[in-house]
Write a protein that binds this ligand. Structure first.
Ligand code: MIC
Ligand code: SF4
Length: 639
């Protein structure tokens, strides 16, 4: 039988298991990426594994998140990461170079390769035909140590693109339409694979805008074919020699198919405070806007900034709008400067920042109270911007620039003729500061600042577990709820005791105190628990506070893997109606926990205030061994 692109790449990298959907498989990872906010912990874990040099084809350590240096912490972390890269044979991309996902497209990514990244938007690489997957730092550390990456063999969601985008409608609208139809949990358990006559109408950076934002569907990853457009893009980057053609076989079978006629799309926008709260721009037009932010790892390529600059020629930014540009990379910035378009942006009133994540993860750029902020970013989870009760909308660069000009949400088609865009045949590479790996780094000393705390130790679970419900949450809880980010908290990523004080801060200011004093505990949740980021801190920090069990209606993929990695038992309700039986403070008992983990039973009876409730334990036999050891590091060390 014919194969899809994703299946072909998996088959070529399969090292354990069989490609049967729903079963666990292990695949070889060619390449890895880390960013600083998850990277510090990932490298502490890598050091704990005890390998002298990374065993991948290439591994890149980027600094793009924690760029605000309000004290020594972030700067210390940057030095730590640079010394780690030199010591263990990695590429290093310093602050200001840009966001990992954009740089991967420009300088590293290649079709047909597997890439594992400690960031949920790693699937951006799917725009180049890579199988690029986001994971927790420990999984990435294991991949750097040459170990397979384990995942449940996903189903394949075929997305048939037809037609052609109309003027002022762009790649972002394709994914907004998918989010509108499928929601933030519509992709859970799937790889989203694009095919059809519309694919050739999209450039690599358009495709990457789609695969990047595809993370918000909850999908394992998203992937496009590698075709003539891919070859041309790699050629413009001076890297054509790595190109291969990749497409699905004619008789490939998709588990589900959805068709998007791109000609019929109109400008769309995600309203506060979820990426799937999608409306037509025309439906919300007229709302006053105070901030417009263009950039992040979505929609920050040269094309995206060029359309903004060209639209602003002979126009000015509205005086009531703070209009800010966060370029995706130094390359984008350098090429814009060489083409003269930075001048247009500056003249029109833009605030131009260094390339990096910045306000997307609440590192500055918080909007004013009760005002609307329009962003081309991938996420608008509540409070993520740094402002309480924020009103963040997500849209394309076209919709964003239209609002910057008029000061209100505006259908960009009202601006008249669409500007013509000419992209360079050869980009200026902008990569002078990327440090290649040293041939031998064994003499390099790893530099640790005082904020880098040792990795906490966790003990294996008891024969029978007893604890309390520490918190009950609702549906679609994000990792931003569990372990918030932002300028105050993000610098603590390499210090688990310090960062754990902020766990669930947004939902319950007293959580950390209560959990820390209360002995072992359980957190209860609804559907799609743990969606969003790959941050393992959302497992590690609660575990440090004594959260040892989570019982929810359903989990998001990466978060569930992170829970297992740190020895937190991930249970789901056998009957979702039992959710109502669990209240905060309830006494929980899990009799014969170790015995159940050691066996094959997929159901686990727990006692809630003495009353029995049935739960599902949907884990592989490898997961059971990890849970019995109290986490992946304990297990790997014991092996
Ligand atoms: C995000 O967009 O939420 C982040 C910040 O990039 C995270 C990683 C992190 O929390 O450090 C992600 O997407 O995985
Ligand atoms: Fe950075 Fe935002 Fe992209 Fe996360 S989503 S990698 S914070 S730009």
């Amino acid at each position: 039988m014919g194969m899809t692109i994703a299946e072909k790449i998996i088959a070529a990298h399969l090292v354990e298991g069989e490609m049967i959907k729903g079963r666990e498989i292990g695949i070889r990872i060619d390449r890895t990426l880390t960013q600083d906010a998850t990277g510090t912990m990932a490298y502490l874990e890598f050091e704990a594994i005890g390998i002298p040099r990374v065993k991948t084809e290439s591994s890149v350590c980027y600094v793009d998140h924690n760029l605000v240096q309000s004290d020594f912490k972030n700067a210390d972390d940057h030095r730590f990461l640079q010394s780690i890269a030199r010591r263990y044979g990695l590429f290093f991309s310093p602050p200001g170079n840009g966001i990992s996902h954009q740089l991967n497209l420009e300088r590293f990514g290649l079709p047909g390769k597997t890439l594992l990244g400690s960031d949920s938007h790693t699937p951006t690489g799917g725009g180049l035909g890579m199988l690029a997957i986001g994971a927790g730092g420990l999984d990435v550390a294991m991949a750097m140590a040459g170990k397979p990456f384990y995942l449940i063999m996903p189903q394949i969601y075929g997305i048939k693109l037809t037609g052609k985008l109309q003027p002022w409608v762009s790649a972002r609208d394709v994914l907004l339409e998918l989010l509108r139809q499928l929601t933030v949990k519509g992709g859970v358990g799937y790889i989203m694979e694009y095919f059809g006559s519309g694919v050739k109408e999209l450039s690599v950076t358009d495709r990457a805008a789609i695969t990047n934002f595809g993370a918000e569907l909850g999908a394992t990853t998203s992937i496009f074919p590698s075709d003539e457009n891919t070859r041309k893009f790699l050629e413009s980057q001076g890297r054509a020699e790595g190109w291969i053609e990749l497409s699905a076989d004619d008789d490939a079978k998709y588990d589900k198919i959805i068709e998007i006629d791109m000609s019929a799309l109109e400008p769309l926008i995600a309203c506060p405070s979820s990426p799937d709260n999608v409306a037509r721009v025309s439906e919300v037009a007229g709302r006053k806007v105070s901030q417009v932010l263009i950039g992040s790892c979505s929609n920050s390529s040269l094309r995206d900034l060029l359309v903004v600059a060209k639209t602003l020629e002979n126009r000015e930014v509205n005086l009531d709008v703070s209009f800010e540009i966060n370029p995706g990379s130094r390359q984008v910035l350098e090429n814009m400067a060489a083409m003269g378009d930075i001048q247009t942006l500056i003249h029109a009133g833009a605030r131009i920042h260094q390339a990096g994540c910045l306000g997307c993860i609440g590192m500055g750029q918080a909007p004013a109270t009760n005002t609307i902020s329009l962003r081309t970013f991938p996420r608008n989870f509540p409070g993520r911007s740094g402002t309480k009760n924020d009103q963040v909308y997500l849209c394309s660069p076209e919709v964003a620039v239209a609002a910057a000009i008029t000061g209100k949400i505006t259908d960009p088609r009202e601006l008249g003729e669409y500007p013509s865009l000419t992209l360079p045949k050869k980009y200026l590479p902008g990569d002078a500061r990327i440090e290649p790996p040293l041939a031998d780094g064994s003499h390099v000393e790893v530099i640790r600042g005082p904020n880098i705390a040792p990795f906490p130790e966790f003990s294996p679970p008891p024969e029978s577990w007893q604890g309390k419900v520490l918190l009950k949450t609702g549906n679609n809880i994000t990792t931003d709820h569990i372990m918030p980010a932002g300028a105050q908290i993000l610098p603590l990523r390499s210090n688990i005791p310090a960062i754990s004080k902020f766990v669930f801060n947004q939902l319950d200011q007293n959580f950390a105190k209560r959990a820390g004093n209360g002995g072992p505990g359980m957190v209860v949740g609804g559907e799609n628990y743990g969606q969003g980021s790959s941050r393992e801190h959302a497992a590690l920090a609660p575990r440090y506070l004594g959260v040892e069990v989570k019982l929810v209606k359903s989990f998001a993929r990466i978060h569930k893997a992170n829970l297992i990695n740190f020895g937190i038992l991930p249970l789901t309700f056998a009957d979702p109606a039992d959710y109502d039986l669990l209240e905060e403070g309830a006494e929980i008992e899990i009799p014969n926990l170790r015995q159940t983990l050691a066996g094959e039973n997929t159901q686990l009876e727990i006692k809630v205030n003495g009353k029995s409730v049935m739960t599902d334990l949907d884990v592989s036999s490898r997961h059971r061994r990890i849970l019995l050891a109290g986490g992946l590091l304990n297990w790997a060390r014991a092996k």
